[in-house]
Design a protein around this ligand. Sequence first.
Ligand SMILES: [Mg+2]
Length: 365
Amino acid sequence: MKITKVETYLLDVPLKQRAITDSQTKLESVEFIAVRIDTDEGISGWGFNWNYTKGTRAVQAIIDDTYAPMLIGKDPLMYKNVLRELHYTNHFIGQVGVTRVGLCAIELALWDIKLKIVNMPLWKYLGPVKSKVKAYNTDGGWLQGTESELVKDMAFLVERGFDAVKMKIGLPDPREDYHRVKAVRKAIGDDIKLMVDVNTVWDLKTSKVWGHRLEELDVYWLEEPMNPFDKKAHAELARSINIPLAVGETIYTKYDFRDYIEMGAVDIVQADATKLSGIDEWLDVAALARCYNLEVIPHTNVQQKLHVQLAAASSNVPMVEYCYESLVDIWENPIQVVNGYYTLPEEPGLGCKLTDKILTECRIG
Ligand SMILES: [Mg+2]
């Protein structure tokens, strides 16, 4: 089997809900890069990656100019060798960020081809350890609403059957964050897991002071309090407070996860296959975390169908984030959540093809 063509689709997909904000971003749409890899045996594979801000055109350029010409004529089943070659071409322009996000989209498309050949979904191919996956919900906890709107939205998630929910913090005045968390805790009661996400805007001192205060509210984890490149500060914070630290959505290599884990700087490993180089590296991180008795709870927004399948095949992944519910139906055969649990996809392949309508109507390049 040989690769005959690589086509990229640059997409800007608007949210169907109101604009949403966290401490860093106001979000009205999500950019995607979708990749289709064709073969001489008529099987095509679909991969993707996503981005909150503008700039995904740079990912498309890397794929079109560098990766695609190198892929033509290659055997997709030898994908590990192929990806290694692509990775090393980035030696002098950077091996993380844009180059890796593009590499991941290629990896996912090559996995899709393999899974279509064996006629199985990813989770069955990997070997499942569970037949449904618990969801936790982030979609009611945005920063833009008033405290009473936030409380109402979070309480509604619990009414819908979610027993673990997450809210954004990181407002200019942490006292306001504290009051909002307190109000939510009061409304949802003590039996619901409540997580908070700073999106990296605190410094170490703020994280220590307000991390201690949040202990009173039984916060299940504190997510991305600080700059993710500062592992030393996370290690110091982890020794200082009694709330588990969650990091991973802006960590791009397994070597960085290794260092975080060995330094005792992370409790909840939020490895995201779309920020790593794809499925293989995510599985490496999950295995590494297992050796240290750590749970992996992958960061997820639009890529639920990918992470739910990885979770089903991993013993140390207790739940997967459910977010951007208004975008669930941009995928063919959209994933379902029933009573707080994801159902697993049954179609052969990776199951991560955007609908033809999205590929046509939202295409900008
Ligand atoms: Mg987060």
